[in-house]
Design a protein around this ligand. Sequence first.
Ligand code: SF4
Length: 517
Amino acid sequence: MSTTRERTGSAMLHPEMRAAADPDAIIRGGRRLDHAEGTSKPLRPAPEPQPRGAKVRGNRPIDQQEAAARFIAATEHEKMHDERLWDLRQKRDREMHGIPEGEELRSLASAIKEHTLTHLDEYLDQFEANARSNGIHVHWARDAAEHNQIVHGILRDHGATSLIKSKSMLTEECGFRHYMASVGIEVIETDLGERIQQLDNEDPSHVVVPAVHKLRTDVAKVFSHTIGTDPGNTDVHYLAEAQREATRPLILNADAGMTGANFVVAETGTFVVCTNEGNADLSANVPKLHIASIGIEKIIPRLEHLAVLVRLLSRSALGSPMTQYTSHFRGPRAGGEMHVVLVDNGRSERLGLEEFWTSLKCIRCGACMNTCPVYRRSGGLSYGATYSGPIGLIIDPTFNARKYSNLPFASSLNGSCTNVCPVKINIHEQIYAWRRVLVKQHEVPLAKKAAMKAAGALLSRPAAYRAAIASADTALAHLPRFVIYNGLNAWGKHREVPHPPKQTFHSWYHTNRGAKR
Ligand code: SF4
């Protein structure tokens, strides 16, 4: 008796499976897989959700610790972020040590910036005169609001309703995108990382690599919601290409383009923009109207100074000898119009702060962030401010001492940031100085103030300190666990206290080297 299968032959099969040469057939081990085998995929765990940044509530102090704890708890994100940035730090070291004059360049860069900042008014006037003679319209903005209004005015005069822009931390400072949305102007970011952040309605988390805190799965999710990509496809080429396809038409039809500037040269009235994607060149050259928003501290006196700073910027930022595109802008192209908006937004005031004015030397390379152990593990958005990482700790309180009063405490003061800074800003000393200032201004919670006072009293009395250490070691060795790890001990939430040594260093030294107590 024949079986059912023999009786029906291939009649039960889908016509596609019967086709002799099916181009879509999946062959594995010389055998054609049947329908279910061919289409089923192994079950994968759901991707780790992306941790979001600090909660910003008006003028209330940002709780960086709380946001950092959430980032640390997202272990895949934290690991990737830490490794990616440490990789940049190592590349930076290789590139900087690869040129024998590396340290000399840092000293020169620091001297150029300090000289310029102490003669800022002269060089700004010189730039303005030379830029105007190059055919550039120059505007001055006292603050963020004025900047946004000036740019809006220029766009209105030209009937522009869409603007493509390259990455600019200054426009982040000014809340530019939100303002433009409120007046009905469409802004399209052309830097890939910045575009990802824009589509995700997030701020940049790093000054050079704005979306570095995101996993591929996060980007796939954002793109699937906003530009309709396949949510399961996390291939970087696919995602980048899809974004390019979606954005190119917007770029080609934009009414105006905006860039920032990395350096502004007083003697020539020109400015320079460094990118790795060439996107600033699109913003500057596709539409006929080009607007450049530039912080007043970006100025340098002469073209020869540019060589020093350009050599340092990319080496410090990404560990590469040069940015892919170092574009010089001298004036409007034929039939076009160029505007430069020189923005103060608190810089003049910062220049007058004796302990903090040298923070204006910053060339936004991000090296201090890449090396900072706190930043690498907590993510840039945990700072809840435009600038994060070590440079953020010293710039942000100049905008709002109360709101950013917790930030200078998010540092181990190890000095690594200072060691890598290409313009030799004494970052960790300024972080420490901010702590003193904030305590004096009563911007530090009473509990923290009392703890600091007690620590200060203890550390300034050697005998009391030694006695405290000895009893702390005994206590740590014998106290029940809940006494040390409880809700009051924020430090212990994510860490284990190391086993106390049997002997303190001081007592070991006394025993073995005969030092007097
Ligand atoms: S402070 Fe120094 S290291 Fe940090 S971003 Fe600025 S220039 Fe770079």
